[in-house]
Design a protein around this ligand. Structure first.
Ligand SMILES: Cc1cc2nc3c(=O)[nH]c(=O)nc-3n(C[C@H](O)[C@H](O)[C@H](O)COP(=O)(O)OP(=O)(O)OC[C@H]3O[C@@H](n4cnc5c(N)ncnc54)[C@H](O)[C@@H]3O)c2cc1C
Length: 566
């Protein structure tokens, strides 16, 4: 197979969030000079763009662990990183490595093959892509041609509003999706404070996730009455800031979480034996109950109605600040209405309607109803089907006989379940032989900096057709692997796909991100388990993104060696 000349290949990355920035840098370093990142935002960072980040936003990952190996994260200290630190980081990363390669205020409105009826499965040069973009400054549209594209449009960039909560024209109060709250906060708060001639206005927040919690705490501190309606709240882990790195930044948590392949004797012991399973169970149970106790959540509080820390991906890493959402709730300053759902709006046009039939008066409604897929608006249905970005019905019946996976929560009916067929969460299985489409940012991981960076190298090797990158030899083989992953995800996280969008669930690895990255490294024929340690200490060795710093050179040496031997 001929060697690709990367400088002759036009590559587009859709997005300029964290996953796009590291993918862009990695591709540029590998010689893909004809590279354009396209974003509808006016600054880099995506979720962390300055135009989006709000004052109360704190990173909910392990301390400081959201950066890339080439640029240290300044200000990593005892407490969690602030959203604004992420903004500064993303801006300096983009300024340092991607100057002149980002096209801002440009919305991608359609991506398609030049010939929609194209049936070639494998093509050496590829027929490329046509992308229609809209210039958001003047509204003009334009068609661009690229040889390869990487989708980095994120899992939290398209607000989702369920049909029943779409505001009817008769509604007299504002309804705001949580993602639009902070950009409009300077208008929203004064307009609420002037409501009703001085009596305290009421905001009803729908949903028990992180966004609603942050907004509720903010409004409450502004003297606005807040009522949060939810069925199940996000779960959280709260631990003192001074927890040592060998507990907080090691592989410990990932080993305690069963993964698709149990890669070590320790993991097999923990997940396949009765004693191991008891250790795992008590580990997660004590994490959950210690977290409740640390935040002094009363036994009968609806805040204990959370998703399970073990079985779910709705888990935040909380610090225990004295004026947090949780303390404001336990002090009675934020009212919780749970367990129930908002199913619409009241006939009076100024209230929300609960499942019970009760209505709650409101001066504004904030919807923390999550995010939809950012791929939907990019592709028409036919193109999505052709390239393999569509939902499938899970059709693998493989089961994992782990002790730790016994007694799962009840699964929703089969007809509500779905899956995607995206190999390694990076390339649609159907397109695996084409080498002209990849995705970064759609694997649900709790350490995105580390995961995005490893994935970026995998994608670059895939585009370069590096001979050392191990890939399935056929579409069918790629499909078989994605079906197996889908079956595992369904068993490991029953129902969790129903809580995320397609563009955030190409695979769910969550606490298992170290094992997932090990697999990507092994695909690239590179050493895995880079945190080191001996048979006794490896589980407690600190994992750091710096261990990925040499990947470009390691891949380069492999490439040279393979080509010399051909
Ligand atoms: C409020 C909030 C808090 C979060 N907190 C955490 C956290 O603490 N820890 C954590 O790990 N994750 C958190 N997340 C998830 C977060 O989205 C990911 O960590 C990560 O930032 C995703 O990066 P990304 O590059 O994949 O996507 P994004 O950051 O969402 O970037 C998407 C990019 O695609 C662009 N885009 C999308 N569609 C189009 C289009 N049609 N045309 C042009 N451009 C387009 C956007 O403009 C943007 O540049 C949070 C998300 C939200 C919303």
């Amino acid at each position: 197979m001929s060697r690709i000349q990367p400088s002759t290949v036009a590559v587009a990355i859709v997005g300029a969030g964290a996953s796009a920035l590291i993918t862009g840098k990695t591709l540029l370093n590998d010689g893909f000079d004809n590279l354009t990142l396209i974003t509808r935002d006016s600054t880099p960072g995506g979720t962390w763009a300055g135009e989006r980040v709000y004052p109360a936003l704190r990173l909910n990952n392990v301390h400081g662990e959201y950066h890339f190996s080439s640029l240290p994260m300044p200000g990593v200290g005892a407490s969690r990183l602030k959203g604004s630190q992420l903004t500064d980081y993303m801006e300096s990363f983009a300024g340092q490595y991607l100057k002149g390669h980002i096209r801002f205020r440009t919305e991608v409105i359609n991506v398609r093959r030049p010939n929609a009826l194209e049936t070639i499965i494998e093509s050496e040069v590829g027929e490329g892509w046509i992308m229609t973009v809209r210039n958001l400054k003047d509204g003009s549209t334009e068609e661009l041609k690229f040889d390869k594209i990487v989708l980095c449009t994120g899992g939290c960039s398209e607000p989702n509003i369920p049909t029943e909560l779409q505001p009817p024209s008769s509604l007299q109060i504002p309804v705001i999706h949580s993602s639009k709250f902070w950009v409009n906060v300077e208008n929203i708060v004064p307009s609420l404070q002037s409501t009703d001639g001085g009596s305290s206005p009421t905001v009803v927040l729908v949903g028990g996730g992180k966004s609603t919690q942050d907004i509720a705490a903010f409004l409450c501190k502004k003297g606005i009455r807040t009522k949060v309606v939810f069925e199940t709240a996000d779960s959280f882990i709260s631990a003192p800031d001074w927890l040592p790195a060998f507990l907080r930044r090691s592989r410990l948590m990932s080993i305690m979480s069963p993964t698709i392949d149990l890669r070590s004797r320790l993991e097999r012991f923990l997940h396949k034996t009765r004693i191991g399973s008891m250790i795992v169970q008590s580990y997660w149970e004590s994490l959950q109950s210690n977290s409740f106790n640390l935040l002094k959540i009363p036994r009968d509080s609806p805040l204990r109605r959370t998703h399970s820390v073990f079985w779910s991906i709705r888990v935040n890493d909380e610090s225990y600040a004295t004026d947090s959402f949780f303390t404001l709730c336990t002090e009675g300053k934020i009212e919780l209405i749970a367990p129930t759902r908002v199913i619409g709006y009241g006939h009076d046009g100024r209230s929300v309607l609960l499942k019970s039939g009760e209505t709650i008066p409101a001066d504004a409604v904030i919807l923390g109803t999550g995010y939809g897929s950012s791929w939907e608006r990019l592709f028409d249905k036919q193109t999505a089907d052709d390239i393999g970005l569509n939902r499938t019905i899970p059709d693998s019946f493989e089961k994992w006989d782990y002790e730790t996976l016994k007694n799962p929560p009840a699964a929703r009916p089969k007809n509500e379940q779905w899956a995607l067929s995206i190999y390694r969460g990076l390339v649609p299985a159907k397109s695996i032989l084409r080498h002209d489409l990849a995705i970064n940012g759609a694997v649900f991981s709790s350490n995105n900096g580390y995961t995005f960076e490893a994935a970026a190298h995998w994608i670059s090797s895939y585009f370069l057709r590096d001979p050392f990158l191990k890939l399935p030899s056929s579409v069918e083989a790629a499909m078989a692997e994605t079906a197996r992953v889908a079956a595992f995800v369904q068993q490991r996280y029953p129902n969790m796909l129903l809580w995320t969008s397609d563009s955030y669930s190409a695979n769910i690895v969550f606490f298992g991100w170290p094992q997932y990255v090990d697999q990507l490294l092994e695909d690239m024929s590179l050493p895995s388990v880079r945190s080191g340690g001996n048979w006794l200490t490896w589980a407690f060795s600190t994992v750091s993104v710096e261990e990925l710093k040499t990947l470009k050179n390691e891949r380069g040496s492999k490439r040279d060696t393979t080509h010399q031997s051909l």
